[in-house]
Design a protein around this ligand. Structure first.
Ligand SMILES: Cc1ncc(COP(=O)(O)O)c(C=O)c1O
Length: 447
């Protein structure tokens, strides 16, 4: 109710006018999609178009998108949409034919990786990429044990859901002796000192690895998202992953870097999140931003790792690596380069953190501001001394921002961490709008 009162007159009129219509859509959605339907916000929004960093609803109202990382180079980017349209009007076929566009894309993408990672397999989603990565690691190492962080999310296939503790409803037994999955604590830089984070993670991984060996699983892989997206976004100190990865390798396991979220320039300083930790992973998985909305995923690895699986069972993905996918992927790389989006992520992200940190002194509920590039988080606490998670406040803030037509989401095991992950074309003006909206929302909520 407080948020509704805080609306300006124009929004209030619109909200009322839309109510019946939105309700009809919500009812229809639940009827056709049933239990699988998940909707954002207390007042869901019907979106009809988008451009750059903005989404537009059925009434033509603009919403500043501070959440969606799939349209990473900007919603409906004309260069990407033209590339897709042109190619689909000419040829779209599975990857069992020679196609120069696909080769050119693979060469260009692989050139962004350390030289050892010289083979690319294209898929359609991050889940498929991680599913394949798990199979590769297991075939190469001969082990089945997988180590992941406490609230990690790596996707939706049966195998990947089993290593995604964030999917609690599907992973009832992960982390128990009977399962080949071990869960380690997230590198919580708000509660653990920078000096201790790397050592604590390495120690946790060592214990997990020993346990997996004792149970006869052995260590196949440490599957890790270098930004710890669903754990709560932990970027610093850069390099804290190195010791944990060394432990995994000592136990004969591989490092799978899940770049579905941090990849393609989001963290600013580097194209890939693992580079922040000065690591060369054994396998890298990609998804979301790869095709800017065209469904694309990929796995990059060393030839001997790919051979370990493919010489036995092969791998084919009907829609992975089609000419249209290659065109979309190529166009995304064009835009990233031509518009300097990685540098933009670095500069605008630093400005965003600076503005948000100024709010810490004003609002005790803001416990921590952290991130890298345009992947940032604001941790909300009930009490800055005990640092207890403020989950209901986070939900109220997210809905309050939505009423101000600024879209964000939540992360962390309690959903109390505001996740700010806009398209990489985000500008300083957009930051000012976001920070003003957060300030107004906290004030309207009595903070
Ligand atoms: C880190 C990470 N890995 C993998 C996935 C799965 O990607 P997809 O939904 O494209 O299958 C996600 C999706 O949110 C993710 O956040």
């Amino acid at each position: 109710m407080k948020e509704i009162l805080a609306l300006n007159a124009f929004d209030r009129a619109t909200a009322t006018a839309l109510d019946a219509d939105v309700q009809r859509l919500v009812d229809q959605r639940h009827r056709v999609m049933g239990a699988a339907s998940v909707l954002f916000y207390d007042t869901p929004i019907e979106m009809v178009s988008a451009r750059g960093a903005f989404l537009y609803d059925a009434n033509g109202l603009a919403y500043l998108d501070c959440y969606n990382n799939v349209p990473s180079v900007g919603h409906a980017h004309p260069h990407v949409t033209a590339a897709i349209a042109q190619q689909i009007a000419q040829l779209n076929i599975h990857s069992r034919y020679l196609h120069r566009g696909m080769h050119a894309y693979a060469e260009r993408l692989l050139a962004t990786f350390p030289a050892a990672l010289s083979n690319l397999t294209l898929t359609c989603t991050g889940s498929e990429s991680n599913d394949l990565a798990l199979r590769l690691a297991s075939a190469y190492t001969g082990h089945t044990g997988v180590i992941v962080t406490a609230a990690a999310y790596h996707g939706n296939t049966a195998a990947v859901a089993a290593v995604s503790p964030a999917s609690v409803r599907t992973v009832a037994h992960s982390g128990t002796n009977a399962s080949p999955v071990r869960v380690v604590r997230a590198p919580d830089s708000y509660r653990v000192s920078a000096a201790d984070i790397g050592a604590r993670l390495a120690q946790d991984v060592e214990e997990a690895a020993r346990d997996l060996e004792q149970q006869g699983f052995g260590v196949s892989a440490f599957l890790v998202d270098s930004m710890f997206s669903s754990d709560g976004v932990y970027a610093d100190p850069a390099g804290f992953l190195t010791d944990a990865v060394a432990v995994v390798r000592r136990h004969g396991g591989l490092m799978i870097a899940d770049e579905v979220q941090p990849g393609f320039g989001r963290t600013g300083g580097h194209l890939w999140g693992f580079q922040r930790h000065n690591l060369v992973p054994d396998i890298v998985t990609m998804g979301k931003p790869m095709g800017n909305g065209y469904p694309m995923g990929g796995v990059v690895t060393r030839p001997e790792i790919l051979s370990a699986l493919c010489e036995r069972v092969g791998y084919f993905n009907t829609f992975g690596g089609t000419p249209v996918a290659a065109a979309a992927g190529m166009a995304v790389l064009d835009v990233l380069e031509a518009e300097g989006l990685m540098a933009n992520a670095e500069q605008v992200g630093a400005y965003l953190r600076e503005c948000l940190r100024e709010l810490i002194t004003r609002f005790p509920a803001i416990g921590d501001v952290r991130g890298a590039g345009l992947y940032n988080a604001v941790e909300l606490v009930d009490d800055p001394t005990t640092r207890s998670p403020a989950a209901s406040l986070a939900s109220a803030v997210i809905n309050g921002l939505r009423q101000r037509r600024v879209l964000i989401g939540a992360a962390g095991p309690h959903g109390h961490i505001l996740k700010l992950r806009p398209p990489l074309c985000f500008s300083r003006e957009h930051v000012d709008t976001l920070v003003r909206a957060i300030t107004e929302t906290l004030v309207s909520l009595g903070h």
